[in-house]
Design a protein around this ligand. Structure first.
Ligand code: ADP
Ligand code: AMP
Length: 222
């Protein structure tokens, strides 16, 4: 049975950092809708053009657009062993659409791992986050610096600060995307007994251990 997991948490909680590692270690597909949208912005696709201003404000991109983009991604042939969803679903409509898509494939969400962390720590993390232009590899100027300042260890591309990682947008994203939009999504999964919480304010290695223990338990039971 494929292992389909959702990583949920406020922007900056460390979902992408853990998802990239787990996906490569376990052969799961890491699907990050934010990364896909930024690739569209970079390449100037119609989707990117539509999403650019919305993302810069810290608002959510429309459900229709996100669901269509996700449906296409889920159909790719690297998703057979399971998917790690990072940043999707973010609204109840997206969660319901996801359920329908998985159902059609005879699959279901095994767990929703929630990354608990407070706003002050998120501001610290996001103000220091740097990502690479080529492939969205993630660094932090203090907590996870690259070997050479401003250059990606993995592919040598330039590191930049995301437009929406400035403090005012970080605070807006936290309120709009986490406090307001995520609550009904969490309730939806909690009602089905799928929610597990981890302390995401801990250092990377400790967070990694907590998530790995959880996934080992699920994987053994699937
Ligand atoms: P998300 O995908 O949830 O938005 P990221 O994985 O991009 O979050 O992490 C946000 C920032 O915090 C990045 O700069 C990352 O290097 C850093 N980071 C991730 N996990 C930790 C951690 N456990 N402790 C300190 N910094 C972290
Ligand atoms: P992220 O990289 O996950 O922080 O996402 C960056 C931005 O992309 C968000 O602030 C939203 O504007 C947009 N976005 C990413 N995923 C979604 C989604 N599932 N639904 C709506 N908007 C999204």
């Amino acid at each position: 049975m494929p292992l389909d997991l959702i990583l949920m948490g406020p922007p900056g909680a460390g979902k992408g950092t853990q998802a990239a590692r787990i996906a490569s270690e376990r052969g799961l597909a890491h699907i990050a809708t934010g990364d896909m949208l930024r690739a569209g912005v970079r390449d100037g696709t119609p989707l990117g053009l539509e999403a650019k201003a919305v993302m810069a404000r810290g608002d959510l991109v429309s459900d229709d657009l996100i669901i269509a983009m996700f449906r296409e991604r889920l159909g790719a042939d690297d998703t057979g062993a399971g998917v790690l969803l990072d940043g999707f679903p973010r609204t109840s409509a997206q969660a319901e659409a996801l359920d329908g898509m998985l159902d059609g494939l005879g699959r279901h969400i095994a767990s929703v791992v929630v990354f608990d962390i407070d706003l002050d720590e998120l501001v610290r993390r996001l103000s220091g986050r740097r990502v690479c232009r080529a492939a969205e590899h993630v660094y932090h100027i203090d907590f996870h610096p690259p070997k050479v300042e401003g250059v990606c260890d993995e592919d040598g591309s330039e590191l930049y600060q995301r437009e929406d990682d400035h403090e005012d947008v970080v605070r807006a994203r936290y309120q709009k995307q986490w406090v307001d939009a995520a609550t009904p999504v969490l309730d939806y999964y909690a009602g089905r007994g799928l929610v597990e919480r981890i302390d995401a304010a801990k250092p990377r290695d400790e967070v990694a251990r907590a998530v790995d223990l959880l996934i080992d338990r699920l994987d053994g039971g699937s």
